[in-house]
Design a protein around this ligand. Sequence first.
Ligand code: ADP
Ligand code: MG
Length: 493
Amino acid sequence: MHTMNWEVVIGLETHTQLSTSSKIFSGASTAFGAQPNSHTAPVDLALPGSLPVLNRGAVERAIRFGLAIGATIAPVSIFARKNYFYPDLPKGYQISQYELPVVVGGTVSFVVEEAGKATIRTVNLTRAHLEEDAGKSLHEDFVGLHGEKSTGIDLNRAGTPLLEIVTEPEMRSSAEAVAYAKALHSLVMWLGICDGNMQEGSFRCDANVSVRPVGQKEFGTRCEIKNLNSFRFMQQAIDYEVERQIALIEDGGMVMQQTRLFDSDRGETRAMRSKEDAHDYRYFPDPDLPPLVIAADWIARVKAEMPELPSVMRERLIADYGLSPYDAQTLTASKDTARYFDDVIARLGATHAKQAANWIMGDVSAAVNERGGDWSQPPVDAPTLGALIGRVVDGKINAKQGKALFAELASSAQGGIDIDALITERGLEQISDSGALETAIDDILANSLSQLTDYRAGKDKLFGYFVGQAMKATGGKANPQQLNALLKAKLAG
Ligand code: ADP
Ligand code: MG
């Protein structure tokens, strides 16, 4: 137990790899998984005399991001050299942006679920800047020329374009930080600027964490946990770090500003180095690159090609269809789920949007996950699902039949099914004809005299027995509401 109340303060820096096919300052390929050092131009190898040329596609993606979050796109921004020594950085400096980044300000909003309640939060961004990635040191299983244990350097990743996205220190819990990171992840994929592949390092977060007594104005000293490449690790790392800092301070110690690493096997963070300050990097404008000038007409062109944004669509689903923030967030988690929902509604009609949402987040989602989670190839196409839900809501088939039909369609994976023809062919139409239902009920009651006596003597539970018998007699096709009403009336005598 803590001896006082603490407030957690978190700011995130996220490196998103931009999905250009060539590098940010050279023509070499950015493809993942190639033979070490096969995707390297002279610039990536820091060969003398080679000069960087900025990739227009990387800038365009940064503009797209800036527009999506309502940021200012800097009319002029500057590339700077960030100097440090490391074997995977042959130039001895990383080209980044420092004083004048390309994207300034903006906000990301998202739904956080805490204590069973979903609320919309908005986090302010400080900036987003373009930079190049470094290479990789291969420490494991690498053998040198003479069989000795060595570390290899692979420069395929050197020069891969990154957009580093920095938030203000505004998050107050690990849940909020993870919700922000998930929203950012789905946003960059939605915009088509990053493939979002976290295993391959296309989206990785550094979490800056500090604590302060509730009510204190100044921030506490922070630690930065580097390279979190899964949301679960982010949550664990922040929770561990918060507890570590509180315990340290309550024991009379002080938090040292540090860069730390998360060890996922042990679930703890470990000091990597004491934090360097900006002046340690000797930033200065890169004389090899002119200022990046972005004219208004370039911004206008990018704007004209922007898709509807997930936050805008989320608001539309809440306002037009009356969906809850949670449902709206789930349905807009990716462009594929969002498009699927819109296509189902196009067939089904807006009045049944809630039913469509329930189907998509229930049976469809389960079927998609069973098949590996790819929403671009849903197991039942949107028009077919729209037609199927339509037949359930208009009572032609009951919900149970609808689910069974869905499961069957999902496993046969054919497109363009004529649902009405299939229902007729199978004889699945719900029996809503009260005459037919009454006859079936009369038969059952006549053959269940002892149950009937027990029921009338107060054994209410037997109601289920009668419903079951009637469903069996009608091949599962009875309209459930109607059946219940008729049964109640008959049983009352
Ligand atoms: P650096 O460039 O050295 O990493 P910045 O000042 O740019 O440092 O901040 C990096 C990140 O740390 C930002 O996301 C910011 O919001 C966050 N941050 C700054 N101070 C604190 C603090 N006291 N506690 C938690 N996060 C912080
Ligand atoms: Mg940092």
